[in-house]
Design a protein around this ligand. Structure first.
Ligand SMILES: Nc1nc2c(c(=O)[nH]1)N[C@H]1C(S)=C(S)[C@@H](COP(=O)(O)OP(=O)(O)OC[C@H]3O[C@@H](n4cnc5c(=O)[nH]c(N)nc54)[C@H](O)[C@@H]3O)O[C@H]1N2
Ligand SMILES: Nc1nc2c(c(=O)[nH]1)N[C@H]1C(S)=C(S)[C@@H](COP(=O)(O)OP(=O)(O)OC[C@H]3O[C@@H](n4cnc5c(=O)[nH]c(N)nc54)[C@H](O)[C@@H]3O)O[C@H]1N2
Ligand code: SF4
Ligand SMILES: [Mo]
Length: 701
């Protein structure tokens, strides 16, 4: 028996915690024998959550696919890789030849950004398809954040990150980092860092329709009506201007006078009914924020996925800007990562084309996923007839999942690059499964870009690649070769992801021309990761706007203010649904590991006791929840965490669908929140789905 210790970053969520993984070799087989937090990791300092320990369960899961599978009726049969590549190429090329390039759609899911081989190589194949029908999880998530950065700073990835370690005042809207471990704020060990703000005399304020785990440790928690954050933020900005609470910024800015005029009518008093925060509280919050030497306003998923998501994120930026906290230590700062996608890519584009049926705008070459089903279901020229999914489960993760199922059922061909036969991939004709994460090298191309310190690390695979298995990137190379040889497209040579990262590191700001000399080789000297320092001001020279000035009043956003001003007043007695995350779960795909789902179920509907009582419902009973698009049955729990008039249901459940081959998940299936969310409820400006604030009714089942 030989034991080996490996150091590696966890890839499961954005916190990129350092792990110490022990493997044991006995009788020629290598097993994982322990997974712990790495106390020597410079960034995560030993932090770990229960999901990391389940990495071994993903590795060993008998339900995880190990070879290409072809569906024949209800049966799945194994297939050879070359045969599979040839079949995909032949079917997709034939459909495009008959119906045009846009007849093939693509959906890329969240794990794509946690898997660097997918980042470097998915487009090697997908780019050949030349379809405008590209979709991803971005438009059920952070699209409004990219769009506001694109419009204000000239690049969708210039996302200012809260300087959590140096701030005196952190205002959090629509984020629950204690459950999510932080998002667009890579921050392992967030609880300690939030408590450190308080220990140094600072304050944490959370705005959330639920008293979340994060709200529980905050100094102040404000309930907000779901979808009401834009009103609250307008009220804050108006107060800052009206009460003279602004502070000059060193940044070059255009359009602030226009902003000041535009928000002049949005006093705290007039905004209060829309957000259900009393006006004196809004004013006091603005004063407290402005009084702090260093303050930061941070808005995340909960304020992104609502009807005025882009306005919310624009307002978050403006509040930081006009209080002098944008691009300032202790405020919001852009990272200077070792591999810098801001430097190496263009700033993106917006609304150059629109979706065929509903005219939703593209952003950076992708259309909003709320339009995916209708593009398949609406007949006519350009109708989508085939789908490629990559590491995604849109049936459970995008609005009106039942409609999408109906659309998938009618496709001529579907291929999924995925690990499981799940709610979405069961519709595929072919599933191409990659190696597991621990069989792969790892470099975090995405989350080093959003980290609260500049950090970097490269990890080699800790388990050998099984015979006959392919990495995700190799699957894309195989598909690209098969497809291009059929269509006659010229394929540029490529290299392995590690080589590409090596080039990126060496050409980057800590590369060959710097004292750090970072490369894949030199990073091997830092098994616990390398700390490249705290974030610092850098935005002015990095702006990619015309004239290199912050655009405070982009025309598209200013135009959207009219939509905000024209919204209807809240209905008396409304009941609005929001989402919820739990630290033991991760979107739709981590319910098949006993270690994470054991114990009491966590997928119930939470509802305020008064709302139960007024409907004659009992704590724990089964209820029927209905929205415009559908109905589900679920157990309801009385919860004083909830704002009256609001119910909370986590997404990613609903595993009882026929044909799903995930034994443990099917045993504790829950119901899908996205059988209730509405594909027509959008942040109209960006096309992002408004998953939060869905009107529902609840009655006894
Ligand atoms: N109602 C509601 N809906 C939501 C949300 C919400 O809060 N409320 N959240 C939204 C958000 S923020 C997101 S990001 C989306 C996520 O939505 P998706 O990305 O569509 O869903 P996931 O559950 O992350 O699906 C992951 C899929 O990738 C596969 N997979 C995992 N690792 C790998 C890998 O390394 N390679 C390959 N090829 N496949 C892999 C899994 O088997 C699974 O099928 O959901 C969104 N939907
Ligand atoms: N354990 C775990 N970690 C995860 C994930 C997971 O599924 N599980 N998913 C990962 C992904 S893909 C992402 S994008 C991140 C997301 O990370 P976060 O952005 O932190 O998202 P959530 O934890 O869903 O927290 C959103 C909060 O917004 C609140 N909210 C809902 N509606 C509104 C509203 O209208 N206004 C306001 N102010 N608040 C509202 C909810 O009550 C919730 O507390 O988490 C990542 N990390
Ligand atoms: S918080 Fe948990 S899932 Fe996220 S990176 Fe850390 S150990 Fe992994
Ligand atoms: Mo996400």
């Amino acid at each position: 028996m030989t034991k080996t210790l490996h150091h590696r970053a966890c890839h499961l969520c954005e916190a990129i915690c350092g792990l110490t993984i022990e493997t044991t070799r006995a009788d020629d087989a290598v097993r994982i024998t322990s997974i712990k937090g790495d106390p020597l990791d410079t960034f995560s300092r030993g932090h770990i959550c229960p999901k990391a320990v389940a990495l071994q369960d993903i590795q060993n899961d008998p339900d995880r696919l190990r070879q290409p599978m072809r569906r024949v009726g209800d049966e799945w049969l194994p297939m050879e890789w070359d045969e599979a590549f040839a079949l995909v190429a032949e079917r997709l090329a034939a459909i495009q030849a008959r119906h045009g390039q846009n007849a093939v759609a693509i959906y890329q899911g969240n794990p794509s950004v946690h898997n660097y081989g997918l980042m470097t190589h998915s487009n090697y194949f997908l780019g050949l398809l030349k379809t405008r029908n590209r979709f991803s999880a971005t438009s059920v998530d952070q699209l409004p954040q990219h769009l506001s950065s694109h419009l204000m700073y000239g690049h969708g990835l210039l996302l200012p990150i809260p300087d959590i370690d140096h701030t005196d005042f952190m205002l959090i809207l629509g984020g629950n980092p204690l459950a999510s471990n932080g998002s667009i704020m890579t921050v392992p060990d967030v609880e300690k860092r939030l408590k450190a703000i308080q220990a140094r005399g600072g304050k944490v304020v959370v705005v959330d329709p639920r008293r979340s785990e994060t709200a529980t440790i905050a100094d102040q928690h404000l309930f907000v009506r779901p979808g009401g954050d834009a009103a609250l933020l307008f009220g804050l900005l108006n107060t800052l201007f009206a009460e003279g609470l602004t502070r000059a910024s060193h940044l070059p800015v255009d359009g602030l006078d226009e902003v000041r005029r535009a928000v002049a009518g949005f006093s705290a008093e007039s905004m209060s009914p829309l957000c259900a925060v009393p006006a004196p509280r809004i004013r006091q919050l603005a004063r407290d924020f402005a009084a702090a030497d260093k303050a930061v306003c941070y808005g995340r998923m909960g304020v992104s996925t609502q009807s005025f998501g882009t306005l919310c994120h624009w307002l978050v930026q403006l509040i930081n800007l006009v209080t002098g906290n944008l691009d300032r230590v202790g405020g919001a700062l852009c990272t200077e990562p070792a591999v810098d996608l801001v430097a190496s890519t263009s700033g993106g584009h917006f609304n150059r084309w629109q979706s065929r049926v509903s005219g939703l705008p593209e952003y950076a070459g992708e259309l909003p996923v709320s339009a995916l089903a209708e593009e398949m279901l609406s007949e006519g020229e350009g109708q989508v007839r085939a789908l490629v999914t990559v590491a995604g489960n849109p049936v459970l993760s995008t609005p009106n999942g039942r409609q999408l199922e109906q659309a998938l059922d009618g496709l001529e061909f579907m291929v999924s690059i995925d690990l499981y036969i799940n709610e979405t991939t069961r519709y595929a004709d072919l599933i191409l499964p990659s190696t597991s994460a621990l069989e792969n090298d790892h470099y975090d191309t995405t989350f080093n870009m959003f980290a609260v310190r500049n950090v970097s690390r490269f990890n080699r695979a800790i388990l050998a690649k099984p015979a006959g298995a392919l990495h995700d990137w190799e699957i894309f190379v195989g598909l690209a070769k098969a497809f291009s040889s059929l269509t006659g497209q010229v394929l540029k040579p490529t290299m392995a992801p590690a080589q590409m990262i090596d080039m990126g590191l060496r050409m980057g700001r800590y590369g060959d021309a710097s004292p750090h000399k970072l490369s894949v080789r030199t990073l091997e000297d830092y098994p616990h990761g390398v700390d490249l320092g705290a974030l610092k001001p850098n935005l002015a020279p990095r702006l990619k706007t015309l004239g290199q000035r912050v655009q405070a009043a982009p025309a598209a956003i200013m135009a959207d203010i009219a939509r905000f001003a024209g919204q209807q007043a809240p209905e008396v007695g409304e009941l609005l649904m929001i989402g919820r995350r739990h630290v033991r779960s991760n979107n739709s795909w981590m319910h098949n590991y006993h270690r994470l789902v054991k114990g009491k179920p966590r997928h119930q509907l939470l509802m305020h006791p008064d709302d139960l009582a007024s409907r004659g419902l009992e704590n724990g009973q089964r209820v029927r929840v209905s929205s415009r698009v559908g109905m589900i049955e679920v157990e309801v729990l009385a919860s004083l965490e909830m704002m009256p008039g609001v119910v909370s249901l986590p997404h990613g459940w609903g595993h009882a669908r026929p044909g799903v081959k995930m034994g443990i998940a099917s045993g504790q299936p829950g119901s899908s929140a996205n059988d209730l969310t509405d594909e027509r409820q959008l942040d109209v400006l960006s096309g992002n789905a408004a998953l939060n604030g869905v009107p529902v009714t609840v009655a006894a089942a």
